[in-house]
Write a protein that binds this ligand. Structure first.
Ligand SMILES: N[C@@H](CCC(=O)N[C@@H](CS)C(=O)NCC(=O)O)C(=O)O
Length: 86
């Protein structure tokens, strides 16, 4: 991951799948920058541009070469977070 760049979770508060991911990250001690797409139109636009749809949660993962991966699906995000702390 590029230095200084955070893992970013696109989410919204009332989304149950997002809540599961937020809880898992907290349990694992992984810090996420939270971007609520219902509170901030810029975040909604970023997600739409990256994914072509508005389904959340989506994890934005910055790579070491300035590349970025966008990971949807709560189960896949949690699996990724578990791998990171292993
Ligand atoms: N299979 C997905 C389901 C995600 C999902 O259904 N998210 C809902 C909110 S809880 C959503 O974003 N719905 C709006 C949409 O798909 O445009 C997951 O596990 O992450």
């Amino acid at each position: 991951m590029a230095e200084g760049e955070a893992l970013v979770l696109y989410h919204f508060e009332a989304c149950s799948f997002c809540n599961v991911v937020r809880s898992a990250a907290e349990s694992l001690g992984v810090e996420l920058e939270l971007r609520d797409i219902r509170q901030n139109q810029d975040y909604a636009r970023e997600l739409a541009e990256a994914m072509g749809r508005m389904t959340v949660p989506v994890l934005r993962i910055p790579g070491s070469e300035g590349d970025v991966e966008w990971l949807p699906e709560s189960a896949d995000i949690i699996e990724y977070l578990k791998q990171r702390v292993r």
